[in-house]
Ligand binder design. Structure first.
Ligand code: HDD
Length: 717
């Protein structure tokens, strides 16, 4: 339960924020109190038995109801997205903080703080199919459709700021390599296989992105706790037609946090819908996810001021060189009504642009501008997918495009061409820049060539920059990820080539990976020894400080101190922490005073990997019962192994934590005073004041997300 006072109102009116919701209301169909009819609106008397000649005879063709019902069912599926098939979406709104960006763009949805623009955002994994698990090692999609007053604008980004390839013509090759191998169709939603690493080893341009993929960024704790990036350099255009290069960044207000790999793998079995459920539940509980939009701006005069090409999507602009300036905030405040109608049918397109934003010649972006429209034609069955409720702009659509499968507009009048006189010359073409989209007038000249620019050739410097910028713990995770992934590669030649490429990024990285593979790294000088780092790239340098919406398990059994657990829950809920009471069986446990304490779930229906922290309450009988329950002991040990805060509150809990292998700093036994060490907090005190002090300290640990410095290699879970 969240603290009700901190819940913002859903869909509170603001300029335009409710416009999409109002539009959708006209398309919502509710069955409450309705009669069952055919698609023709004819009421049906019976739907459980087919019409047949005699009770045991053949089914009759004239049973139009059965035929229609089965036919419709037979056609229910549409092709899944060729990439990003697995996803979850939510409606919301975007609101700028102020108007400072108006100097650079005429896009009022980015510059007018009075305007709340309705949005739909879809998060996704990339490689897996629609039914694959959420917590795989993968890039996450972060695509937002802004239903602006000037038409739809789509920012189709990822949670990593670079991409695997530089030119879209290689996208089919890349996707074929990462998808399940075509003969056996395995592995599902994994990059840990030969074809992916074969591609990587032969295409050094992938290396920078591969560093991100092997990092904790590929294992977000929640869609609510990951960054987003537009990736490409785009262009803002102001009222005088002047362009400025721009990179878009989304920063989650809850901080950027990840899981550990072991945990992510286990969640794939315990709750394959983990991230989807997390998003839905948070929005349903009123804990609306929020992200700040920021921009890095580069004047056109500085186009060549960097040691990389701004048009190269495998490069970042270090934030230390060009700071990210805040623009406004996205709030996701409404779950869709129907997954298929909205989340599945939403159609994003990088070329959905509005006045004030424009493209650059990034060759990856140029290909995307073709691919997204093309893919919707097969996925959604024809050119009228823009009429689908989730895809419709909130502004009027008037043009001379006509007919096609699923045409839902009834165009009135005789003219469907431009210019016309019979339709009074309508729809009228043109208007002031800002109201109309006019392509940016960039001067372009050159010979027709099929050749990569020299400025795109350095594939190692920023891969090394990323490695240099990581903390020790992040480096350890990256090395472990490479060992896991390349360790799954069967072809020895591919392993050798990957190690050779890593050597060119950083010698220490290559050596540590090679060691895990039982090899020695091929000696070669790193291609880049600039020694530079960008501190902003380390997740440990992102924002910490809130424990809101973290989920804490309180394990309990008969004999628990009822007043204590309720007090703990109240104190944590005040901080917007979600608390669940778990016990060996569902229903209720009997407290030390003989009263019933309601249990939220039986512990065997969940697992520690689904929680951010665990608390074991006393007294002695409860602690003893939990000590004797293997599932409960494993729960605590595993949470401890995964660097989560662990708490013991009340008598007997120090012994219980010891039984679970929980160490207190360098000591095996937890002391009974109220002190925290290594993310473990234990006390044998009880009562109201003790609970207040305990939660104060425990919440601070929770806000750290994970106790990364805790050594857990030897923990057997
Ligand atoms: Fe893409 C989907 C993000 C490169 C072709 N892409 C898709 C989605 C996201 C991205 C978030 C899911 C949208 C949704 O939720 O419906 N894609 C990216 C990013 C890229 C990128 C950040 C590099 C910077 N994509 C990329 C290239 C191509 C595509 C180079 C093709 C040349 N992407 C597609 C697609 C998809 C898609 C095939 C599949 C389903 C869809 O578009 O609607 O057209």
């Amino acid at each position: 339960m969240l603290n009700p006072e901190s819940r913002p109102e859903a869909n509170t009116a603001g300029t335009g924020a409710g416009a999409k919701d109002e539009q959708l209301e006209h398309r919502r169909v509710r069955s409450d109190g309705a009669h069952l009819t055919t698609e023709q609106g004819v009421r049906v008397d019976h739907t459980d038995d087919s019409l047949s000649a005699g009770e045991r005879g053949p089914t009759l063709l004239e049973d139009f109801h059965a035929r229609e019902k089965i036919t419709h069912f037979d056609h229910e599926r549409i092709p899944e997205r060729v990439v990003h098939a697995r996803g979850a979406g939510a409606y919301g709104y975007f609101q700028p903080y102020d108007d400072w960006l108006a100097e650079y763009t005429v896009a009022s949805f980015l510059t007018d703080p009075a305007v709340r623009t309705p949005t739909f955002t879809r998060f996704s994994t990339v490689a897996g199919s629609r039914g694959s698990a959420d917590t795989v090692r993968d890039v996450r999609g972060f695509a937002t459709k802004f239903y602006t007053d000037h038409g739809n604008y789509d920012l189709v980004g990822n949670n990593m700021p670079v991409f695997f390839i530089q030119d879209g013509i290689k996208f089919p090759d890349f996707v074929h390599a990462v998808k399940p191998e075509p003969d056996r169709e395995i592995p599902q939603a994994q990059s840990a296989h030969d074809t992916f690493w074969d591609f990587v080893s032969l295409q050094p341009e992938t290396l920078h992105m591969v560093m991100w993929l092997m990092s904790d960024r590929a294992l977000p704790r929640s869609y609510r706790m990951m960054q987003g990036f537009g990736v490409h350099t785009f262009r803002l255009v102001n009222a005088s037609g002047q362009g400025t290069f721009v990179k878009f960044h989304w920063t989650p207000m809850l901080g950027t946090h990840s899981m550990v790999w072991d945990e992510a793998q286990k969640i794939q079995g315990k709750d394959p819908d983990f991230n989807r459920r997390d998003l839905w539940d948070a929005i349903a509980a009123g804990a609306f996810p929020e992200y700040e939009l920021g921009v890095q701006l580069v004047p056109e005069s500085d186009e060549f001021a960097f040691d990389f090409d701004l048009l190269d999507p495998t490069k970042i602009i270090p934030e230390e060189d060009v700071p990210v300036r805040p623009v406004g905030r996205l709030t996701l405040n409404r779950n869709p009504d129907n997954f298929f109608a909205e989340t599945e049918q939403v159609a994003f397109h990088t070329a959905n642009m509005v006045p004030g934003i424009d493209f650059t010649n990034d060759p990856l972006l140029q290909a995307r501008n073709f691919s997204y429209l093309d893919t919707q034609l097969i996925r959604l069955g024809g050119p009228n997918f823009t009429h689908l409720p989730v895809n419709r702009p909130v502004v009027e659509v008037t043009n001379n495009q006509r007919d096609g499968f699923g045409q839902s507009r009834v165009h009135v009048g005789r003219s469907s061409y431009e210019k016309n006189s019979v339709g009074s010359g309508c729809p009228v073409v043109g208007g002031e820049f800002g109201d109309v989209f006019a392509h940016y007038q960039e001067k372009v000249e050159g010979s027709v060539v099929r050749r990569r620019a020299e400025s795109f050739r350095d594939h190692y410097s920023q891969a090394a920059l990323f490695w240099n910028s990581m903390s020790d713990v992040e480096r350890t995770h990256i090395v472990a990820a490479f060992r896991f992934e390349v360790g799954k590669v069967e072809d020895a030649g591919i392993r050798t080539r990957v190690l050779a490429e890593l050597t060119r990024v950083d010698g220490e990285l290559a050596e540590r990976v090679a060691h895990g593979l039982g090899r020695s790294a091929t000696p070669a000088a790193p291609a880049s020894e600039h020694g530079k780092a960008s501190p902003a790239l380390s997740q440990l340098n992102t924002t910490f400080g809130t424990c809101a919406t973290r989920v804490v398990a309180v394990l309990m059994a008969d004999g628990v101190g009822a007043a204590d657990v309720h007090q703990l829950r109240d104190e944590l809920t005040q901080r917007d922490v979600i608390v669940e009471f778990l016990a060996p069986v569902d229903g209720a446990v009997r407290s030390d005073q003989g009263e019933q304490v309601a249990v939220d779930r039986a512990v065997n229906t969940v697992a520690s990997v689904l929680y951010d922290a665990v608390i074991v309450p006393g007294g002695d009988a409860c602690a003893a019962a939990l000590s004797g329950d293997g599932y409960c002991v494993h729960f605590v040990t595993e949470a401890y192994k995964h660097h989560k805060p662990v708490g013991g509150f009340g008598t007997g809990t120090a012994e219980l934590l010891q039984r679970c292998g929980v160490r207190y700093g360098s000591r095996p036994e937890a002391p009974t005073t109220m002190a925290v060490d290594d993310g473990v907090l234990a006390t044998d005190r009880t009562g109201e004041q003790a609970a207040v002090e305990f939660v104060e300290q425990f919440a601070a640990q929770l806000a750290r997300h994970r106790i990364w410095e805790r050594r857990t290699d030897a923990v057997p879970a």
